[in-house]
Design a binder for this molecule. Structure first.
Ligand code: ADP
Ligand code: GLC
Length: 484
């Protein structure tokens, strides 16, 4: 049977450009799908960070005037990833973060920048490129949310569409003055179109017009139907519930492989678990923590944002210190949270250490060297750091929300008795339950055999993309009316 051709449209892709888990997903899913007879190519803006890393690109199409300037579509391959690059210097030739300026403010023309991305995706879907006409266009997050809307209003033969929500908190809302400038017709300005509380809602548009909607865990797929987590879109999401599925993310087990990871002091696997200890020592040394073998060493790798519940962790730090724990944090983002953790590190030298910024190698070292990884998120569509933790033998301590609820087996009495626990969950997401979870963790950590069983259970959990990719492939097949 012919391969299914899918165009993935995304604003970031690992290892070329990344601000969060979306990039990891966009970079790993095509390779996993390739093994299942799905040919996925990825359309991404050609930011400077991408151009610098590509050696060779082939011209596929030229636009004389595309959202205010010349643009080209180029094809290239990077690390086995087939790419289509939207090169539009007037929109994307800007250094640094893909969404915000150096001062952290959004680029004022983001409405045009990501309408252009979606417009290019929709046009490729309609057959713009002779060499690649996709059966399905798969749009990720608000940055690609207009793809299904353009295809709807163009009223031309169109491919099927899938809209994946990685985080409902980011919706891409822009003033109505953009409607004509981004190329949508006047009739799109309607609550049954792209209008969303007086703005053009890019994610709303995707949710409204995509053939199928996915989100990145089964629990989040349920949560976003409630007003509490629906962020104003729960009404629309409920109306579309028949087309909504939750598919858990995987992680790229080549990038995250403790058996071959060159960022580590010592590689290890569940059969050579003793070798893990050297990473703990090295982490304590690098971060200036006391070389204390009995301290529960908790690690965090995160964006510093309200979503991640780190303010609750700040409140729980005195309790963690009383329990004899240590804390190492790698994070970037909110300045208030940063100064909170800076102050904590100053109060507890040798027991709390922080590094602020984005550091891929340190992220791996924290996963390999920590006894536990904390993820106290208020909401978490999927979460990848707990999956990395499982794979690297760090016991995740997580809030029981979204994908965290779906991927960690809580060490309750039953799970312990059956020897299947992989981590610790707490709920509701508040200071006291978090402290209780830390207390439970410290108690379990004091019994090395129990703790190590959780660690190796985690390492033996399948967190790869093979299961999730199969679910996406089945979804594509069902959209095309093909048998699984
Ligand atoms: P989100 O996408 O909401 O930020 P995820 O857990 O899905 O959360 O994905 C975060 C990804 O970014 C993971 O691959 C994690 O290792 C990485 N990451 C987050 N913060 C940092 C940081 N400060 N330095 C290095 N990697 C980070
Ligand atoms: C978003 C979510 C995170 C998810 C990631 C990849 O950034 O916040 O939970 O893992 O997307 O899907």
């Amino acid at each position: 049977m012919a391969k299914i051709k899918v165009l993935s449209v995304t604003s970031e892709i690992f290892p070329l450009i990344k601000t969060g888990g979306l990039a990891d997903v966009a970079g790993a899913l095509p390779l996993a799908l390739g093994r299942l007879d799905v040919e996925m190519r990825t359309l991404v803006p050609c930011y400077p960070a991408i151009r610098e890393k590509l050696k060779k690109a082939v011209l596929e199409h030229e636009f004389a005037d595309f959202y205010g300037g010349k643009a080209r579509l180029l094809s290239a391959t990077f690390n086995d990833l087939p790419l289509l690059l939207l090169e539009a210097p007037h929109l994307y030739d800007r250094p640094g973060n893909p969404y915000v300026m150096a001062d952290g403010q959004n680029w004022p023309d983001n409405a045009a920048r990501f309408a252009a991305l979606a417009r290019a995706g929709a046009s490729i879907g309609q057959g713009l490129l002779a060499g690649f006409k996709p059966d399905i266009v798969h749009a990720h997050d608000w940055q690609a949310g207009l793809v299904p809307a353009f295809l709807h209003y163009d009223a031309r033969p169109a491919p099927k569409t899938v809209m994946t929500v990685h985080n409902l908190a980011f919706q891409g809302q822009f003033g109505p003055e953009w409607l004509a400038r981004i190329g949508l017709p006047p009739q799109a300005w309607h609550t049954d179109g792209v209008e969303y509380y007086g703005t053009i809602g890019y994610l709303k548009a995707g949710l409204r017009f995509a053939d199928k909607i996915t989100t990145v865990s089964p629990t989040y797929a349920v949560e976003i139907r409630s007003p509490a987590a629906g962020m104003g879109l729960d009404g629309l999401i409920n109306a579309r519930a028949g087309d909504l599925v939750g598919i858990i993310n995987g992680i790229d087990t080549r990038v995250w492989d403790p058996g071959s990871d060159d960022a580590l002091e010592s590689t290890f696997d569940s059969d050579h678990f003793g070798a893990r200890w050297a990473n703990r020592k090295a982490l304590q040394e690098r971060m200036g923590l006391d070389q204390d073998p009995d301290a529960l060493l908790c690690g965090i790798v995160t964006r510093l944002s309200w979503q991640k519940g780190l303010d609750l962790l700040l409140e729980a730090i005195p309790a963690l210190m009383r329990l004899g724990g240590q804390l190492v944090l790698l994070g970037a983002g909110d300045a208030n949270l940063e100064s909170g953790f800076r102050a904590a590190a100053a109060t507890y030298p040798g027991r709390i250490a922080c590094e602020f910024g984005y550091d891929e190698r340190l992220a791996h070292q924290i996963q390999a060297g920590s006894d536990s990884i904390l993820v106290p998120s208020r909401f978490e569509p999927c979460g990848l750091t707990q999956l990395c933790a499982l794979r690297y033998g760090a016991v995740p301590i997580v809030a029981r929300v979204g994908g965290l609820a779906d991927t960690v087996i809580d060490a309750n009495e039953m799970a312990l008795a059956n020897g299947v626990a992989t981590g610790i969950q707490f709920f509701p997401v508040a200071r006291e339950p978090l402290i209780e979870a830390l207390t439970r963790a410290a108690r379990l950590f004091a019994v090395p055999d129990d703790w190590q069983l959780m660690q190796t259970n985690g390492m033996n959990t399948d967190v790869s993309w093979s299961g999730p990719a199969r679910r996406y492939a089945d979804l594509y097949r069902s959209l095309l009316g093909r048998a699984a």
